[in-house]
Design a protein. Structure first.
Length: 288
């Protein structure tokens, strides 16, 4: 059995520029991976079948699973006769704005590249990833990056200033398509992407706190007012800055002093079942 980690991501900025002819939205977003991860187990099969094993009832165990789609894409593209059993140990909350499914797909691409000895580069895997979902290309590389296009065009960035992240996911699932669909482009408050890039290059934590912004928040907060309440509580318990990740509903708070992490974590546990205190992974995995 080959094991591969599939880390979650958060969006430090998420800007939506316009709707594209293909129905997607042109985005400009800065994403970074955190040390909350699914674990993917890959085992070769001689029957050519792709099988998913997952204990999480919210995760499909058939062709709808993004890890399944990743395996099928490589098997069919490269004429692989073998199959694979994919065991998903889910730790990332589902439909949370943390790219759990996308990260599982990226981990499966990387693991099968090794298992089936395909010798594909990260760039080649990222191109395949984009066929599975807009966030999968970023998940192939990991680390920190500016994503543009529909999210599949990746420009690597250095690690952001070091800090703790507290993630709080209310017990609601959010459809990414519904959130993008609910966006009024002419009302978008554009985040300060350039300031965030400067904050990352200069390791300026205060500027990073100021520059955080997510154009999709306006839609999700209207659909789910409890997300606003979680943001307020996160600030009340001492976070330096707070933002919703991706299409939500997960809210993340950032804090530099470890002494405050427990207070925020314990405070949010009163409101959310799924609360995590995590670190930024920052740079790309050199072995990726
Ligand atoms: C919102 C973001 C922000 O990082 O992440 P999550 O909240 O899902 O983690 C991403 O843009 C989500 O990426 P991903 O979840 O891969 O989206 P996809 O499966 O490609 O698309 C799902 C649906 O979202 C909408 N969509 C997605 C990406 C994009 N740039 N424009 C869109 O309009 C489309 O309706 C599409 O059919
Ligand atoms: N491997 C997977 N892990 C989680 N969800 C998956 C997976 N494959 C497909 N899905 C489906 O994709 C939807 C969104 O998954 P996820 O990537 O966790 O959300 P988000 O994109 O908001 O982070 C879920 O509702 C789930 O049914």
């Amino acid at each position: 059995m080959l094991y591969v980690k599939a880390p979650a991501k958060i969006n430090l900025t998420l800007d939506v520029l316009h709707k594209r002819p293909d129905g997607y939205h042109e985005v400009e977003m800065i994403m970074t991976t955190v040390d909350l991860a699914d674990r993917i187990g890959l085992e070769r099969r001689t029957d050519g079948q792709i099988r998913i094993i997952s204990a999480d009832r919210y995760v499909p165990d058939d062709h709808r699973n993004l890890a399944y789609q990743a395996a099928r894409l490589l098997r069919d593209t490269y004429g692989i006769k073998e199959g694979v059993t994919i065991t998903l140990e889910k730790k990332i909350p589902v439909a949370a704005g943390l790219a759990g499914g996308s990260s599982d797909a990226a981990a499966t691409l990387k693991g099968l590249n090794y298992l089936w000895d395909l010798k594909l580069t990260s760039d080649q895997l990222a191109v395949h990833g984009a066929k599975i979902g807009s966030d999968v290309s970023f998940c192939v590389y990991g680390g920190t990056a500016l994503a543009t296009g529909r999210g599949e065009l990746i420009q690597e960035l250095p690690a952001p200033p070091n800090c703790w992240i507290i993630l709080a996911k209310p017990s609601i699932g959010v459809s990414t398509a519904d959130v993008y669909g609910g966006l009024k482009i002419n009302e978008v408050i554009h985040p300060k992407t350039k300031d965030m890039i400067r904050a990352i290059h200069e390791k300026d934590y205060e500027l990073m706190c100021e520059a955080m912004g997510n154009a999709l928040e306006a839609v999700t907060l209207k659909l789910h007012p409890e997300v606003s309440m979680i943001k307020e509580q996160m600030m009340k318990f001492g976070a330096d800055a707070v933002l919703m990740s991706g299409s939500g509903p997960t809210v993340f708070g950032i804090v530099q002093h470890e002494s405050r992490v427990n207070r925020i974590y314990n405070g949010l546990r009163g409101f959310c079942d799924e609360v995590y205190a995590v670190r930024l992974l920052g740079e790309r995995d050199p072995l990726a």
